[in-house]
Design a protein around this ligand. Structure first.
Ligand code: SF4
Length: 362
């Protein structure tokens, strides 16, 4: 398959592993931001191909993992209302809230439906004018444009029974939170190619300059990641910082300008809590006042619901690259995909799930 098979070529991966081995002279710690990239690294055993001096840590780029506990509780409170059709991406259904999850609420009779797009939620709203339809709008800059489009379309059509529970998060403030932490050990980033396909990579230039780190925009296949890591390690060894683009077949400096325009039309930046991490200033999207009537949190009066995270789950430390999944005492014992204590064990992009499924402890 063009643009897939060639990026899974084993000989190319091995050649890049050799090239990396030839570059590295000192210990380095790299972070891949996106949970999808974490899964590729662990699933294909790429992490085993790096020299001992290179430590790979996993970043905060799993949207399900960083959705705050209180947002899950708010979603559950809305979904329990008999008049509501509550819709969500599948991963969110099994993420534990304070006392239950959306799938269990569905089993108890709530009308919770799994969708692949917020535009499908709009169709549901059109087909059920007498019932409120709510879409759980989570994710990074990758999923935000489709949610912005759904809200913009609902406004245009005058749809009264559609709203979103908004929990969008943004990558650049999260990178700054990692780099600005006194415990930070990340020296270079592999940035998420799909986020940059929307936003471009110009947003990372000031971060690379301020913290004097190299950032390489990287794709998701094994060759992409090995090539991105090679570029990153070369920059580190040569003492360079700045932004380089391994994923040029998809990503440009400016990104998808019409999508960015739509995002600015519907959303404005806001302070946002991240599960396990806490509030990161200006790290999320909220609906602009013009679109406030599509805010499910306000419409169903659940914004006051708060929650305390369980102390046992160290997801926040894993998402900041401070610990690895197998360092959690609950990993594989009290916490498994069947009985998860935290979101990273449930999500298809979660680091704990990657380590669990591919039986890795390094
Ligand atoms: S193994 Fe489970 S409890 Fe531990 S950090 Fe991962 S999700 Fe949380």
């Amino acid at each position: 398959m063009r643009f897939v098979d060639e990026f899974r070529n084993e000989a190319d991966v091995q050649a890049l592993a050799q090239a990396i081995g030839g570059v590295v002279t000192r210990p380095w710690t790299l972070m891949e931001i996106c949970g999808g990239q974490t899964h590729t690294l662990i699933k294909y055993g790429l992490d085993r191909l790096f020299p001992e001096q290179v430590t790979l840590v996993h970043g905060p780029g799993c949207p399900v993992c960083v959705t705050p506990l209180e947002l899950i509780d708010r979603a559950i409170a809305i979904a329990r209302r008999s008049e509501v059709i509550f819709t969500s991406f599948g991963d969110m259904l099994r993420v534990p809230g304070s006392s239950t999850d959306l799938l269990s609420v569905k089993a108890q009779g709530a009308d919770v439906r799994m969708l692949y797009s917020p535009l499908d939620a709009l169709k549901l709203a059109r087909a059920n004018p007498d019932r409120p339809v709510v879409f759980f709008a989570v994710g990074f800059e990758t999923t935000a444009p489709a949610n912005a489009m759904a809200v913009w379309q609902a406004e245009k059509e005058g749809l009264e029974n559609f709203s979103i529970l908004c929990s969008h998060v943004l990558v650049p403030p999260a990178m700054e939170a990692v780099l600005g932490s006194p415990h930070n050990r990340v020296q270079g980033f592999l940035a998420a190619g799909h986020v940059c396909a929307v936003m471009g990579y110009h947003e990372y230039l000031p971060i690379a300059e301020k913290y004097r780190v190299p950032v390489v925009v990287t794709g998701f296949e094994p060759v992409d990641l090995m090539q991105g890591a090679h570029m990153l390690l070369q920059a580190l060894e040569e003492g360079r910082h700045g932004v380089e683009n391994q994923y040029a077949r998809v990503v440009s400096r400016e990104g998808n300008v019409p999508a960015q325009r739509l995002l600015r039309e519907v959303f404005e930046p806001c302070d946002r809590p991240w599960r396990g991490i806490g509030v990161i200033p200006q790290s999320g999207y909220a609906l602009r006042p013009k679109y406030a009537r599509f805010d499910a949190g306000k419409r169903f009066d659940v914004d006051g619901i708060t929650a305390t995270e369980p102390a046992e789950c160290i997801a926040g430390q894993i998402l900041q690259g401070l610990k690895k999944p197998h360092e959690c005492t609950a990993f594989g014992g009290r916490c498994t995909p069947e009985h998860p204590l935290g979101a990273p064990m449930v999500s298809s992009e979660g680091a704990c799930a990657a380590y669990y499924h591919y039986a890795r402890v390094r």
